[in-house]
Design a protein around this ligand. Structure first.
Ligand code: XMP
Length: 534
């Protein structure tokens, strides 16, 4: 069993970042609501506990507390922001409303030579004080240390920016070590979980495969599993992992809705059937999708039609596999590529204090309707871990590090009515754009522009514009290139692609894709625009 760290979530938007930093230190951790029971904590057997930040104020909400067991478990505790304030209040210190809201960059002076900060600094003052560049975001602050605590960090406006009771290994910081703006944040969290809590660092994707494979085999036994393969990262890695575990007991169903990128369907088959020798049922439903989409122009209606048909086609195939056609005994399980952020985002505390961001389509639904048991082997993993696992399983990096692609596919990248002619033109134009992005290196970083952007694609505009080619006049379609940089897809900046790259892409599209005579570049940020055009 792995060493485990328990993260209690008080409702901060960045709690997941704490978990990611801890996992990067190769320590397994889980996020749970702040109001779990004492028995839950005992049974979890954490090697350390971390208390997250929150939107709440200890003044406004006196109920938002850590369970008493946190202080009695006998393991190191780290409080972050609100987590520090509740630690102070619960252990006999004081918190006061700050008339000085601190938000953003701050320079913190380290005090007291604590184990948490020892040797960790960004620079030293002429007097020799160790200084840290950190990210602060808080209104309240600790105004009196609890008994037994000493000062660990301060800023001029926040005299108690960190505190520690080293006899009990209780530490707390007012700033946010989990965000990358706190330059040494990763080092601090690593110090806490590895050195102070003594976690071994046994959470590594290479060795995780054996464990995951054993778990799947134990769960499934000799029963059969169906998995919906979309070509996306999560379902691909789930398929590769389950196939490694149970081989022919797995059947993948790949519904091709005709709105995929150029050669995408063939590439999926080539990888899973060709290289991994997995059973894949490819259902070519493109005609059905196009027929149902004919004459429909409203984006949300298009999404609904595509989503509904997808489920219908998948269900029909799953029913057949369940009934045991194709020489099988009949599937008992439905596998899904649900990942950890899908699970925690759909959660929230019992007292509903945590912000529930969105409920994800992967959680619930299909398995019940089909009467199948649910297998979710990636449920504990973050996206970066899923990618690392994919590479460790032998999937090509190009597949595993691909930009996200929406479920409705090109259906929302063809404005208005979807037609096969439009989809064919768009596929070819988009393939050129992506090929050039992959090939064009940025000199400063050595990375390709595909790696430097978070999502890039081409949009088909069903309008015609006049052009001239050779001696003749053309009257053809227009496409827009879209490339954005973002960390969370909630906000995004348009990427400042080099002009030379844009020039090459537009030249190639207009010359190579007969039917398109004009290429534009989308220079809108999100908000107010969205990333997709529909
Ligand atoms: P927007 O356009 O809302 O996109 O700024 C944010 C992210 O979500 C993706 N997206 C979708 N993904 N089904 C999906 O699976 C959809 O209907 C859908 N719409 C947008 C988009 O590609 C971007 O990554």
């Amino acid at each position: 069993m792995h060493d485990k760290v328990l993260i209690l979530d008080f409702g901060s938007q960045v709690t997941q970042l704490i978990a990611r930093r801890v996992r990067e230190a190769q320590v397994y951790c889980e996020i749970h609501p702040n109001d779990v029971s004492d028995d839950f904590i005992k049974a979890f057997m954490p090697k350390a506990i971390i208390l997250s930040g929150s939107h709440a104020s200890t003044y406004e909400d006196h109920e938002l507390r850590a369970p008493a067991q946190v202080w009695q478990q006998g393991v190191p505790v780290l409080g972050i922001c609100y987590g520090m304030q509740t630690m102070a209040v619960q252990l006999g210190g004081q918190v006061s409303w700050s008339d000085h809201r601190e938000f953003g960059y701050a320079e913190v002076r380290a005090h007291g030579h604590t184990q948490l900060l020892s040797g960790i600094e960004d620079f030293a003052t002429p007097e020799g004080h160790g200084m840290l560049k950190v990210w602060m975001s808080h209104g309240d602050k600790v105004s009196a240390l609890p008994p037994g605590f000493k000062l660990m960090a301060s800023t001029p406006s926040c005299p108690i920016a960190g505190m520690a009771d080293e006899s009990r290994h209780f530490y707390a910081v007012q700033f946010h070590p989990e965000v990358t703006h706190t330059l040494k944040g990763e080092a601090m969290l690593r110090r806490f979980v590895r050195d102070i809590a003594g976690c071994q660092g046994d959470w590594q994707m290479g060795s995780y495969i054996d464990e995951a494979v054993a778990k799947i085999r134990e769960q499934v036994g000799d029963e059969e599993v169906i998995l919906g393969l979309s070509g996306g990262v999560d379902s691909s890695v789930a398929a590769a992992l389950i196939h490694r575990a149970i081989g022919d007991q797995l059947t993948c169903v790949f519904v091709d809705h005709g709105l995929l990128r150029l050669n995408e369907g063939d590439a999926v088959m080539e990888m899973f059937e060709g290289k991994l020798h997995a059973h894949v049922v490819r259902v070519d439903a493109s005609e059905l999708f196009l027929k149902e989409l004919a004459g429909v122009t409203d984006p949300e209606q298009k999404r609904k039609i595509i989503g509904r048909l997808f489920v219908d086609v998948f269900k029909a195939e799953a029913e057949k596999l369940k009934a045991g056609d194709r020489g099988h005994k009949g599937a008992k399980w439905l596998a899904q590529g649900t990942i950890y952020p899908d699970v925690v985002e759909s959660g929230g505390t019992k007292t509903k204090k945590a912000t529930t961001i969105k409920s994800h389509h992967n959680v619930g639904g299909l398995p019940e309707q089909l009467g199948l048991k649910l297998l979710e082997p990636l449920r504990e993993l973050f996206k970066d871990e899923v990618r690392a696992l994919g590479v460790a399983l032998g999937l090509p990096a190009e597949m595993v590090y691909r930009h996200p692609f929406p479920g409705p596919g090109l259906g929302v990248r063809i404005l208005g009515e979807v037609k096969k002619e439009y989809a064919d033109l768009l596929r070819r134009a988009d393939a050129i754009f992506i090929e050039e992005l992959r090939g064009w290196k940025d000199e400063a970083t050595g990375k390709s522009w595909y790696e430097l952007t978070s999502q890039a694609f081409t949009v088909f505009l069903p309008v015609k514009s006049v052009g001239v080619m050779g001696d003749g006049r053309t009257y053809d379609y227009v496409v827009a290139l879209r490339a954005v940089q973002t960390s969370d897809f909630m906000t995004a900046d348009w990427a400042e692609l080099p002009y030379g790259l844009l020039k090459k892409v537009s030249g190639r599209i207009i010359n190579e894709v007969r039917g398109i005579n004009r290429v534009t570049y989308d220079v809108s940020s999100k908000p107010p625009a969205t990333i997709e055009w529909e």
